[in-house]
Design a protein around this ligand. Structure first.
Ligand SMILES: *Cc1c(COP(=O)(O)O)cnc(C)c1O
Length: 405
């Protein structure tokens, strides 16, 4: 399929290019001491990850440990309420640990094992990535250092407990605001000292090349499964697919299955409290080109050009940028990016719970909210939504802040 001059039949062969660019976005903007480490990971990825031994082992792990394939569920009662459009969800909430993040963590940790590394290193904000990586490290018998700001450690006690039970070493970061940004810096620092024996594992389609490509490829299992399942369930492709976008990994996973099809694709960003800078985290809709954390993408900046403070009810979505491939697909027009606010999101959280018996993650509730609006607008057809995770982690907060609706 040709779209705005880009041939999607051969899209994955040509994107990213040799240097890790999706159009002008992506690349690798890192200190020289890390260049060799990234080169080592890139080379290992292109040899090891294409071997039948690696692919065979990852497939077995997905089946026997993660519980894949995850099903697609038809939302019959919700669809009936909204009109004639049929809504479906891809159930990443049923993936082991309750979200899609384990898909790339198992891939990254398996790569670490094949490369002979002893340790995986990462940062975490809300703790979701930390828990997924700690799970993967326990499975493969790798050491695991998770850098986390002391403010987040206090806020996310259950996830800190999970990481510790799984055997991870949670390293407290106390400087600056002691949240995600400082944790990223501390994790990169540690990695530049320890890269001989360790590998850095990014939590989304972000960071310097090869991470946006690698994480996308590991997540593409979501889209590959979903396309096959949807065809066998309905005999057709969906008319539209929808996913929430923080860094953009669950979205790239689902979208990669449908980029070369006549399917409308929507990425949903958090509008939070409103359109003022600082009240949302909609970096693709409102951001401008810039470099942070090792890559070029669309980002939200303050008056000094630094990453702006962002806000969303969903801590998994409040990042001031998104993956470079999303910025590329945005400019190309192949994927449409739109927003829903906190209120619409919380409504969708309760609606899906009440009508379908599925409590969605507050991140995924953004995609559900948008899918519901789109259904009313379309009037007919079908929509497939990525339910990126389950909502157990959000229940206390939602009830405390919004009450039972
Ligand atoms: C972390 C997280 C997200 C956001 O990350 P992406 O990389 O944008 O997918 C979305 N949903 C859930 C459940 C998460 O844990």
């Amino acid at each position: 399929m040709l779209f705005n001059g880009v041939e999607f039949d051969t899209y994955f062969k040509n994107h990213p290019d040799q240097n890790g660019y999706f159009g002008k976005y992506g690349g690798s903007y890192i200190p020289s001491e890390l260049k060799a480490a990234m080169q080592e990971i890139t080379e290992a990825y292109f040899t090891i990850c294409k071997s039948t031994r690696f692919i065979g082992e990852l497939r077995r792990i997905r089946r026997e440990f993660q519980g894949r394939p995850t099903p697609i569920s038809h939302l019959e009662r919700l669809s009936g309420k909204l009109g004639n459009v049929q809504l479906y969800v891809k159930r990443e909430d049923l993936n082991h640990t309750g979200a899609h993040k384990l898909n790339h963590c198992m891939g990254e940790a398996l790569l670490a094992k094949y490369m002979g590394k002893k340790k995986v290193i990462a940062e975490t904000g809300a703790g979701q990535h930390g828990v997924a990586l700690a799970t993967a490290a326990a499975y493969f018998g790798l050491e695991c250092d998770i850098y986390m700001g002391s403010v987040d450690i206090k806020k996310q006690a259950p996830n800190v407990a999970r990481m510790k039970i799984l055997g991870a070493n949670v390293v407290e970061v106390t400087h600056g605001l002691a949240t995600l940004k400082e944790a990223v810096d501390a994790a990169f620092d540690a990695y530049s000292r320890e890269y001989k024996d360790s590998i850095y594992c990014i939590g989304s389609v972000l960071g310097p090349h090869p991470f946006p490509m690698m994480v996308r490829d590991f997540q593409s299992v979501v889209g590959i499964e979903a396309r096959e399942q949807f065809l066998s369930m309905t005999g057709e492709l969906p008319d539209a697919v929808v996913a929430c976008v923080g860094g953009g990994s669950n979205a790239m996973g689902l979208f990669s299955g449908f980029l070369n099809d006549p399917v409308e694709i929507y990425g949903v960003e958090p509008l939070g409290r409103g359109t003022a800078l600082g009240d949302h985290a909609a970096s693709l809709k409102y951001g401008t080109e810039g470099i942070m954390h090792g890559f070029n993408s669309l980002m939200l900046k303050d008056e000094n050009g630094e990453p702006a403070p962002v806000y969303s009810v969903a801590s998994g979505l409040d990042y001031p940028s998104s993956g470079p491939e999303h910025a590329y697909l945005h400019d190309l027009g192949r994927v449409k990016y739109d927003v829903v606010d906190d209120e619409e999101t919380v409504d969708a959280f309760f609606t899906l719970s009440r009508l379908e018996g599925i409590i969605p993650a507050i991140e995924s509730s953004h995609a559900v909210a948008y899918g519901m609006k789109l259904a009313k607008k379309m009037g007919r057809g079908s929509i497939l939504i990525c339910l990126s995770g389950r909502g157990d982690k959000d229940m206390d907060y939602v009830i405390e802040k919004y009450g039972i609706r």
